[in-house]
Design a protein around this ligand. Structure first.
Ligand code: HEM
Length: 147
């Protein structure tokens, strides 16, 4: 319950500015693993990551990702209701060539984005709370690979 409060409070302001925060997250993802950029079919329309991230298709995906996180935060009390949605989402990512191992990079970048936004309010317990929620989301998405 304490974890849920930490997550909700930290998402309160972050979630109001989804696109800019999502861009911080994806800039970090492509820094850590530039190969992930190539999985977006529309990435051929641009050269490098920072440039790509301002294209409408990328901003749309960034928004979609932030909306999924938003949904998870809203459903902290009943995350299992997102199970089918998340495993289907996993299956779609398998289809575009994402590997489950890449979710480690995504998780690290999610924490990086939260840390950038919160500064000194980013604590060990907050980090752990987010990691716990993220691992539930990833577990559900990963089930899509087996389907
Ligand atoms: C769709 C790639 C991570 C949520 C897609 C598509 C691609 C893609 C290529 C299809 C084209 C598009 O809709 O833009 C990736 C890569 C990721 C990643 C390379 C990082 C490894 C995530 C994460 C989430 C997410 C972490 C949310 C937690 C979505 C959603 C869609 C989508 C909601 C739309 C699915 C639909 O059409 O029903 N992703 N994605 N993605 N992605 Fe991702």
């Amino acid at each position: 319950e304490k974890d849920k409060g930490l997550i909700r409070d930290s998402w309160e302001s972050l979630g109001k500015n989804k696109v800019p925060h999502g861009i911080v997250m994806f800039t970090r993802i492509f820094e850590l693993d530039p190969a992930l950029l190539a999985l977006f079919s529309y990435s051929t329309n641009c050269g490098v990551a920072p440039e790509c991230l301002s294209s409408p298709e990328f901003l749309e995906h960034v928004t979609k990702v932030m909306l999924v996180i938003d949904a998870a935060v809203s459903h902290l009390d009943d995350l299992h209701t997102l199970e089918d949605f998340l495993s289907n989402l996993g299956r779609k990512h398998q289809a575009v060539g994402v590997k489950t191992q890449s979710f480690a990079v995504v998780g690290e970048s999610l924490l990086y984005m939260i840390q950038c936004s919160l500064g000194s309010a980013y604590t060990t317990s907050l980090r752990q709370a987010w990691l716990n929620m993220y691992s539930i989301v990833v577990a559900a998405m990963t089930r899509g690979w087996a389907k």
